[in-house]
Design a binder for this molecule. Structure first.
Ligand code: SAM
Length: 500
């Protein structure tokens, strides 16, 4: 009977506990819930503003606005009518525009060479310049060149607010913080190199994420120390002749119509994708008969582009996820007619972990389009968002995973072959940072030798289509910045040649 006796005090205590719980619930209901997209924006504001400086507000606005698409015509469908439709809408053929710009640039180069040769011979400009001069159109210039023309004084890259915040962090504060929030290398499932290269403080909570900006300025290893040579790609990028891609000009935000089903061939006539997705495929420079691996291929947009060049002898489209591998198969079904044996025999879809492929010197070209912060998706979609609290560790491990995938790609490509690493994030840590990490480990742990291909000049004729980020302190790659005029990307690419 004693156990059943409840005293007045016990009842009062119990009621006050329930009352407190009720109050807490009410308070929680009143507090606005922070969404995953808001968390992403908060992170980007802190981490990207110091890196992208005065460009960040316009990039941010573009990221939060409607993206722009290109339309890839399906070579395996009848597309003549589609071309007419696109042209009537005012879209132009990117390949043709690219050739015209390249030709104009070539003429300009020839002209300036003649002028300088003649000047060396002591003649004046007026005497030597004959005919109409070929001047760059403003649309071909990058932001810095435009700023220079407008005589705008470039602003300090690191705004004062960030410099002060970084300076205010004393080493003692960092140590204390580190113990509570750092992810140990063992937890990250990899080597300690990431921690050596990227001090742990860089990977912690939001308030320190600003330090992404410093990753490259204080990285201890230089390129020589990790055996990396940089070779300049002098010749412009080749635009595969068979690729038929349409886009609306800068500033035109029209949409392409939905793809049409070709009832005879039972395939769709075109595929719409983020225009920046074209860049890694162009950088891959697929040649006739090449064996190509698309290591992280799902849902399959870039594999489809590679296929539409009609160049590869073999295309292996791989992804780690079964569910997503199905999406690659679906795309191939939607765009390649059944029974087209020449294509069916050369396309292989596999489900493997790219990090442990174990394929050695199998391919001429490897594309590693790694999982990343997917900036645009993270700002737009709350579902499946990498900034979800439950995905914190997965997010922080991304640079480690990315560098492992790149290492595996460098093993899978033959000496003389090319690897293109790409992401759709502006995160320096996941772009140049992951490349640097992979190259250091390749140098330390294997006998593979590679060179980074500097594409900064080679991509210039594509400025009519993309806004490239220049003077961002990138060592290895190029980045396409989203802009309201041409709202593609973000997209980062680094091209690496395996030498041995
Ligand atoms: N290239 C794709 C396209 O253009 O449609 C997009 C690729 S998406 C950015 C990254 C992909 O990497 C995801 O489909 C993901 O499942 C895959 N992935 C993640 N970890 C991987 C791994 N360890 N091996 C292979 N693929 C992986």
């Amino acid at each position: 009977m004693i156990g059943l006796t409840v005293t007045r005090n016990q009842i009062l205590a119990r009621n006050s506990v329930s009352l407190n719980i009720l109050k807490r619930h009410k308070k929680r209901d009143r507090e606005p819930k922070v969404t995953n997209t808001q968390r992403a924006l908060e992170y980007f504001d802190v981490a990207y503003a110091p890196v992208y400086g005065t460009r960040w507000p316009s990039v941010r606005l573009a990221l939060l606005s409607k993206p722009k698409y290109i339309a890839v015509l399906n070579n395996f469908a009848s597309y003549e009518e589609t071309i007419d439709r696109f042209q009537n809408l005012g879209a132009w053929n990117i390949g043709k525009k690219y050739s015209a710009i390249r030709e104009k640039m070539r003429m300009r180069q020839e002209q300036s060479q003649t002028v300088s040769q003649n000047q060396q011979r002591g003649e004046t400009d007026e005497e030597t310049t004959t005919g109409k001069s070929v001047r760059p159109s403003l649309i071909e210039l990058d932001d810095d060149e435009l700023a220079a023309r407008a005589r705008v004084v470039p602003k300090e890259r690191y705004p004062e607010e960030y410099r002060l915040r970084a300076a205010a962090q004393s080493p003692a504060e960092l140590e204390a913080d580190l113990a509570s929030r750092v992810i140990e290398p063992s937890e990250a499932g990899g080597s300690s190199l990431l921690m050596d290269y990227v001090p742990a403080t860089r990977l912690k909570g939001l308030e320190n994420w600003v330090e992404e900006a410093d990753v490259f300025t204080d990285a201890s290893q230089g390129d020589q120390e990790i055996g990396v040579t940089v070779i300049k790609q002098e010749e412009p990028i080749d635009f595969p002749k068979m690729l038929k891609i349409f886009a609306f000009e800068k500033g035109n935000i029209s949409d392409f119509p939905q793809p049409r089903f070709d009832p005879q061939l039972r395939v769709l006539d075109h595929y719409a994708m983020d225009g920046a997705s074209l860049l890694p495929v162009l950088a891959l420079d697929v040649k006739p008969g090449d064996r190509v691996l698309d290591m992280c291929a799902a849902p399959g947009g870039k594999s489809l582009l590679v296929l539409q060049t009609l160049l590869p002898g073999l295309l292996v489209s791989n992804d780690v996820s079964w569910g997503r591998v199905k999406r690659i198969r679906n795309i191939l079904k939607q765009y390649v007619p059944r029974g087209m044996s020449s294509i069916e025999n050369m396309t292989v879809v596999t489900q493997k972990n790219g990090c442990t492929l174990g394929e050695v010197e199998e391919y001429d070209k490897v594309l590693v389009d790694v999982p990343c912060l997917t900036d645009r998706h993270s700002l737009m979609e709350d579902d499946n968002n990498i900034f979800k609290t439950g995905r914190n560790k997965e997010r922080l491990r991304l640079p480690e995973l990315q560098s492992q995938l790149l290492m595996s790609a460098l093993e899978a490509v033959r000496p003389g072959g090319t690897v293109v690493y790409s992401t759709c994030t502006l995160s320096p840590l996941q772009n140049d940072g992951a490349v640097h990490l992979a190259l250091s480990r390749i140098w330390q742990e294997t006998t593979i030798e590679c060179s980074v291909v500097d594409m900064s000049q080679a991509v210039r004729p594509l400025s009519f289509l993309y806004r490239f980020g220049s003077n961002l302190g990138l060592r290895y790659g190029q980045v396409v910045l989203p802009s309201l005029l041409t709202n593609f990307g973000p997209m980062y690419i680094a091209k690496i040649k395996r030498i041995r």
